[in-house]
Design a protein around this ligand. Structure first.
Ligand code: NAD
Ligand code: UGA
Length: 467
């Protein structure tokens, strides 16, 4: 079949940017993206995306005028698309068997059933969401059940974009994975998808493989990335206990080309909608396969991550004379990483809640994520202020805690911030982005992660000398 129209169900952080870039790169094809969330669709269609992603609006502007449309009409998208991407959310299951670990596939399955019901001819269905191994097989059975010729080929094409760099990642991916069945029809479907990506991705970066390998490779990539963060954080803790510096250790190991320098930034831990979910999902698959030790190994990565947030708050409490009650604490950053407004599973949530449990008062600021922060903490807003301006958030505060590595925080006038804070004034740098010595000189007590704190008059929680 010659492809003229591509559809996508799900216009979120993945579906929206992915289809915008595809449409921009493939002017000869039509793209229709359907989502049941009306307000999201309206925002996309107006060229003002519901998510913040550098470079997205420019790409969107080009494509929207030409060959990209957003709609709430899933049925019409299914009717039009010869290739249908499914990019709906697959959160951790909160009920029934596998609750708290397994992936919740209800949205995925609803899409498969809609495709089956409304597609009036053969379709290539592409699994873009991150799903457990063998999901494509289950979807194939739902789609092709019954007598008659097979109408649907299900491919796995997991997405590796990271938020904040999504456009760059989509324009120049390290690799594109396409998993498909090893049958004549399956191979043909794979070739159709390859030919779309090949318009802008070099052929040697497009890997074709079995569906299950592609599904597992996605979970494994996220598990390895998350594991690096937990590994460096575990060593940061040892640095604090011994007086070593995590920045120096990370630099030293990162220069080993086998290890490499990326994903070695110690801090308050990873957040985002995927690392934790995908690790738990992987561990659940291992458990179901009877591989309890393997499951335990990956679950430990999650535990180590949760520990970073408890450790951070415990450190604040210790340094601030063992009471935070009624102290104003300014949280600088709430997004799970810079260059996004996304707060899903942000470490800031656990930290904010732990500080509130200590009866602190919070003043939260973030350049992009204030609205989402408000939503995340909607049940506890009585002791929280939200400020667009970091100087206003810090006014009268006993401490500033940096929770997101926004570049602008380095360039603030820290002397000005200091002038309007309570004394002694503390900075807890949960992302190691600030100049500890310069801040100490201004008068702050400064506590980084994985390195000695600079406290005027000496650190009451100084490392235990091991020698
Ligand atoms: P998201 O929640 O931002 O978007 C999902 C969208 O699907 C929502 O807008 C929702 O309204 C829509 N939807 C759900 N069920 C629907 C249905 N039956 N009909 C129509 N629309 C429906 O999620 P996301 O962050 O884009 O993630 C999607 C998938 O991609 C997940 O499996 C995730 O693991 C994976 N992924 C995410 C990222 C990321 O950076 N966020 C990166 C790679 C992979
Ligand atoms: C991650 C992966 O990087 C993507 O390849 C993948 O497609 C995506 O998950 C997904 O499947 O959803 P993302 O979560 O957007 O992307 O962002 P990352 O840059 O990976 O950062 C994740 C978290 O780890 C952030 O909270 C970040 O602050 C933290 N992090 C990252 C560290 O604490 N230290 C580091 O060295 C790097």
């Amino acid at each position: 079949m010659s492809i003229r129209t591509v559809a996508c169900i799900g216009a979120g952080y993945v579906g929206g940017p992915t289809m915008a870039v595809m449409a921009e790169r493939c002017p000869d094809l039509e793209f229709v993206v359907a989502d049941r969330d009306e307000s999201r669709v309206r925002a996309w269609q107006a060229g003002t995306p519901p998510i913040y992603e550098p470079g997205l609006e420019e790409i969107l502007r080009v494509a929207l005028r030409r060959n990209l449309q957003f709609t709430t009409d899933v049925v019409s998208a299914v009717r039009q698309g010869q290739i249908i991407f499914v990019s709906v959310n697959t959160p951790t299951k909160t009920f029934g068997e596998g609750a708290g670990m397994a992936a919740d596939l209800q949205h995925w399955e609803a899409c498969a059933r809609a495709i089956r019901a409304f597609a009036d001819g053969p379709r290539i269905v592409v699994e873009k969401s991150t799903v457990p191994v063998r999901t494509a097989e289950a979807m194939d059975r739902i789609l092709n059940d019954g007598p008659g010729p097979r109408k649907f080929e299900v491919l796995s094409n997991p997405e590796f974009l990271a938020e904040g760099t999504a456009i760059q990642d989509l324009l120049e991916p390290d690799r594109v994975l396409i998993g498909g069945p090893d049958t004549a029809q399956g191979r043909e479907a794979v070739e159709q998808l390859v030919s779309i990506y090949a318009r802008w991705v070099p052929r040697d970066r497009i890997l074709t493989m079995s569906v299950w390998s592609a599904e597992l490779a996605k979970l494994t990539a996220n598990a390895f990335l998350a594991q690096r963060i937990s590994s460096i954080n575990s060593i940061a803790e040892l640095c604090e206990a011994t007086g070593a510096r995590i920045g120096e250790v990370a630099r030293a190991i990162g220069l080993d080309r086998r290890i490499g320098p990326r994903f070695l930034e110690a801090g308050i831990g990873f957040g985002g909608s995927c690392f934790r979910k995908d690790l738990l999902n992987l561990a659940y698959l291992c458990r179901v396969a009877g591989l309890d030790e393997v499951a335990e190994y990956w679950t430990a990565v999650v535990r180590m991550n949760e520990r970073q947030q408890t450790r951070f708050v415990a450190g604040m409490l210790r340094r601030m004379f063992n009471t935070l009650a009624d102290k104003r604490i300014a949280l600088f950053g709430f997004a799970f990483k810079p260059d996004t407004g996304d707060t899903r599973d942000s470490p800031a949530i656990a930290i904010a809640r732990a500080l509130l449990a200590e009866r602190a008062r919070l003043a939260i600021t973030d350049p992009r994520a204030l609205e989402n922060a408000r939503r995340e903490l909607a049940d506890v807003t009585d002791r929280i202020e939200f400020w667009a301006d970091p100087y206003a958030a810090a006014r009268g505060a006993h401490a500033i805690a940096v929770l997101t590595a926004w570049r602008e925080y380095r360039d603030l006038d820290w002397s000005e911030l200091y002038r309007h804070m309570e004394r002694p004034a503390f900075v807890f740098d949960g992302r190691n982005v600030l100049d500890v010595d310069a801040l100490h000189e201004i008068g702050f007590n400064v506590v980084p992660i994985g390195a000695p704190a600079r406290i005027h008059g000496g650190d009451p929680a100084a490392h235990l000398a091991l020698t």
